[in-house]
Design a protein around this ligand. Sequence first.
Ligand SMILES: [Zn+2]
Length: 114
Amino acid sequence: MAEDPEGRRPVEGLRCPTCGARQAWTDTCRRCKSDLRLLREALAAYQRHRRCGLRDLQSGRLGSALRHARRCQELRPGPESRRLLVVCQLLRGDWLEAVDLARTVDAAGTETDH
Ligand SMILES: [Zn+2]
């Protein structure tokens, strides 16, 4: 359960939130010229919070890990963020919240696998 190879792999490329074009990380979309810098900053922040969250989990700082996990979920909602959040809640003993969240992970995991 502690191993999550997905989380350590750098994100390759991005999908433009405006037009959906897939491309390498750039400042502007190659197709619609949307400004993608904010997206990059959000992703960098997400990766920072995820790293801190995992580190806090390892050293048993569960309250702090949970805060980082919540930020991850805000910045980049998805199965990966929710899994981290579920782990934090389980370790803290927030069983009911964890079960609710785990259900959404299952649902989203089958839906958004692209
Ligand atoms: Zn675009």
